[in-house]
Design a protein around this ligand. Sequence first.
Ligand SMILES: Cc1cc2nc3c(=O)[nH]c(=O)nc-3n(C[C@H](O)[C@H](O)[C@H](O)COP(=O)(O)OP(=O)(O)OC[C@H]3O[C@@H](n4cnc5c(N)ncnc54)[C@H](O)[C@@H]3O)c2cc1C
Length: 401
Amino acid sequence: MKLEAVIIGAGPAGLMASIARAQRGRGVLLIDRNPRIGCKLLISGGGRCNLTNAEDREVFLRRFGRWSNFFRPAFYSFDNHQAMEFFERNGLKLRVEDNGRVFPASGKSRSVVEFFEALLQRCGVRVRLGSAVVDVGRKDGGFAVILEGGERLDCERLLIATGGASFASKCATQGDGLAWARQMGHRVTRLWPHLCALRIEGRFESVKGITLRRVRIKHRCGRHRIDEVGSLVFTPDGISGPVVHNISGHLLDCDSPELVLDLLPEVSEADLECFIRDCRSLHPRRKCSNCLAELLPQNLARFVLGKIGERRCGEVSNREVRLAVERIKRWRLRVVGGPPLEWAFVTAGGIPVEEVDRNTMESKIVPGLFFAGEILEVFGPSGGYNIQFALSTGHLAGRNL
Ligand SMILES: Cc1cc2nc3c(=O)[nH]c(=O)nc-3n(C[C@H](O)[C@H](O)[C@H](O)COP(=O)(O)OP(=O)(O)OC[C@H]3O[C@@H](n4cnc5c(N)ncnc54)[C@H](O)[C@@H]3O)c2cc1C
């Protein structure tokens, strides 16, 4: 028997698509290889699942930069505020935290998974868990979905929502959907890590573990400029933390690997210069790095200032004062890479958006085939944006499947 519609992948994209389709009274079979739905939802947000972000809709959309246009129809069909209303209306209480991040009020991602389990049941979605799909192909104007063990399911319409290729060891998301899409004539762009730490030229052992609450990172890649402020932590071979995660995918996609750190964004260059000059007259015998320890962790001040930090304040020349200011306010670092894709929270790259109809999520190459979620090349910053992208694109795909 030929099924009407099959959805592969019970992450936020596939779950939302199944519900959107079922709510219109249409039959659907949802398949996932894991024994439980929402494997990534469970581990998201440190086990608390940052579902979306409550900020203004247009601001939210702009966070997707060059993909905002592609994302617009899906987002407006089910935006962040509609998503919040959907969760609350169907019984999942939410809590909005700093920077608009939205979590389940229980503080546990398990509640999100339980919410979807209950809703799937209420909507009558057929679910097959613990069933890995091993191959997908076109067949008689529809699709053949081959399961581990050899069983074949035929369907008229198919949504591939198998996510990216990162965190494979935890959730078995190893990019299977990308391989099937390629087989059916789609291009798949290069894949690279996003929401991850960055490796920086040099050694950072002496400052590893130091966290700064507010650092400004600037970077320029062609016409694209990054200027972000947030928390940063030094690792033995580079930098990590929310502000780094947010820009990691963009930086690892750029030919110019240099970024500029401002370690004291709240202090102007002129004020910092005055501060060091004052140290020179008030504490001529103190080490320069000791004086700066009033503004920065001492180890970091020593590391950034190098030899100047070891000098007594009274011996520091005007040129060295300006150099010290430059190092703190415009510290140039060279990115040499990211972690393996496996370690990144999100996969950057995937199915190129030009090959997908943004008004329906249907493939422009294979009629009846749909994509949603992280399998697309799009990636967003941390703060609930990636799950919302999956929910919105899944919702639109489910309505058109
Ligand atoms: C540790 C971590 C923390 C994160 N925290 C957040 C956060 O707090 N907020 C946020 O917005 N984003 C977060 N993300 C990113 C977010 O989880 C993903 O972007 C989002 O889950 C993608 O949704 P998706 O439905 O496209 O794919 P996924 O959630 O990856 O779901 C894909 C599903 O497809 C199934 N599948 C894959 N291959 C097959 C196959 N061959 N056969 C059958 N089934 C298959 C998988 O089992 C999986 O359940 C985090 C990611 C990680 C790894």
